[in-house]
Design a protein around this ligand. Structure first.
Ligand code: TYD
Ligand code: MG
Length: 456
């Protein structure tokens, strides 16, 4: 019997099958299994590539005499910074975010600004009609920006149009609505998104056009066409925000032309998205008097210091299984800190419900926030307020020791700028902070508890 050939591969997770099926057992995606054509039997399939003559590719040195291409600055400082200091020509940018978060609004504003800055800009909407986009532009006061509009989903037609138009910047809103007619599956499916993104990025690179591709995040937190688009583009930005809040964060998770983790902060208003140039002031809620459970963390987001407020609530639990609820921080890390408090400092949280919230809808991922979280939990549990003018930062190790964090000086400077006069920081982060703040250095969590909560 002839040996079954494993010629079917899942385009999302690369699992290999001997026959086609509608759903990949590996990743659970539908319509992702495609047949890979075998190399011809008679030809060179048995030989390795190294044994065959190919064409010689030119090799170059790393040193270059060419100046780096000029970036275009759109004037929305928050966007320019997240891009790494403006738009790089011929770069491909993915902007992901939940449906309704404001991606189209941001992109329309950005397109208008880039067009006003001199880039020939085309905005392709696959979701709204031209009339709808025009109406939105009018409402945002961008009616006379020199942006060319198209409402189209057929990728072949779009690329043909762009070829004739020769723009500098194209916005594709959104990749899930694009339809490449050489791929037999519905728009939004993994293979379509993958094929469409590939076509667009290839076109952009060969024609020296910058593209911004908008992609909706699906419920499970991944862009439809999981990861397929992320690796193809130069820059991946996520537009985040809580539904109930007006603040929106544009976060660079990958950037070939600038620092990752950089954030831009915007506020959604009736007139579109406005820049927030001093986010620290925004993330600190009204803090008139010291409150137990509230601690200000001096954090760093990308290259910028940002102050955020952690709020904790600790209450006796009516249930056998106490609750642990976290908003804006990692739940696993909360468990770790509770465990460290219990085993290193002898402060148990068993039988107590614990709620932890980052004010203002901000999400914090820095380990440097550990000490601020521990402080908020202790402050809530002991009902002892941390002084109102004090910021806290430091990473906790499982032994209960405090580890120094980076950019101590920037954190302190930002705190001082916002009217804070004291700080609690890990001991070894002392080096050269001439900030004029009163700083208490701690070695470990035990001494922190002893000094700060001694009276409690
Ligand atoms: P939109 O940009 O359409 O979201 P996305 O493209 O990410 O799906 O924005 C949708 C929301 O933004 C909508 O609920 C209304 C709100 N919005 C404002 O509050 N102000 C405005 O000026 C605009 C244009 C939208
Ligand atoms: Mg939209």
């Amino acid at each position: 019997m002839a040996k079954a050939s494993n010629n079917f591969t899942c385009s999302a997770c690369a699992a290999v099958y001997s026959k086609w099926s509608g759903r990949c057992d590996g990743c659970g995606d539908w319509n992702t299994i495609i047949e890979e054509k075998p190399l011809s039997k008679s030809g060179p399939s048995k030989k390795t590539l190294g044994g065959m003559r190919g064409k010689k590719v030119p090799l170059t040195d790393l040193s270059t005499k060419e100046a780096p291409p000029p970036r275009t600055v759109c004037g929305m400082g928050e966007l320019d910074r997240v891009l790494g200091g403006g738009l790089v020509p011929a770069s491909a940018i993915l902007v992901g975010g939940d449906p309704g978060i404001g991606k189209s609004t941001l992109m329309l504003q950005a397109a208008a600004r880039f067009a006003q800055a001199g880039l020939k800009t085309v905005y392709v909407s696959g979701e709204e009609s031209s009339a709808q986009v025009r109406m939105r532009a009018q409402r945002l006061g961008l009616g006379d920006a020199p942006v060319k509009l198209a409402a189209e989903t057929n990728l072949r037609d779009i690329l043909t149009t762009l070829e004739a138009e020769e723009p500098d910047l194209v916005v594709i809103d959104s990749i899930q609505t694009m339809w490449a007619d050489n791929v037999e599956s519905a728009p939004g499916s993994v293979s379509q998104v993958r094929a469409a993104a590939h076509e667009i990025v290839t076109f952009a690179k060969s024609r020296n056009v910058a593209v911004i591709i908008v992609g909706h995040v699906t419920k499970d937190g991944q862009l439809a066409g999981p990861r397929v688009v992320e690796h193809m583009v130069d820059t991946v930005l996520y537009f985040e925000g809580e539904r109930g809040h007006h603040f929106r964060l544009l976060r660079a998770v990958k950037n070939r032309f600038g620092p990752a983790q950089e954030i831009g902060v915007f506020e959604m208003t009736g007139d579109g998205l406005c820049e927030v140039t001093n986010p620290s002031a925004l993330f600190l809620s009204e803090r008139d008097k010291p409150t137990a459970g509230s601690v200000v963390f001096a954090g760093i987001e990308g290259t910028r210091p940002v102050l955020v407020e952690f709020q904790a609530l600790v209450a006796p639990s009516p249930n056998a299984q106490a609750r642990r609820t976290v908003v804006g921080w990692d739940g696993g890390r909360l468990s770790m800190i509770l465990a460290v408090l219990e085993s290193r400092c002898g402060i148990p949280f068993a039988g107590l419900d614990v709620y932890l919230n980052v004010a203002g809808g901000m999400k914090v991922s820095e380990p440097a926030a550990d000490l601020a979280v521990a402080a908020a939990l202790l402050s809530a549990r002991e009902d002892v307020a941390i002084p109102k003018d004090c910021v806290v930062f430091g990473e906790l190790s499982l032994s209960g020791g405090l580890r120094p964090v980076n950019q101590t000086e920037n954190r302190l400077k930002e705190a001082q700028k916002l009217g804070f006069s004291s700080a609690i920081a890990p001991s070894r982060s002392k080096a050269g902070d001439g900030s004029g703040m009163q700083i208490r250095y701690m070695d470990d969590l035990v001494s922190f508890v002893g000094e700060v909560f001694a009276a409690g």
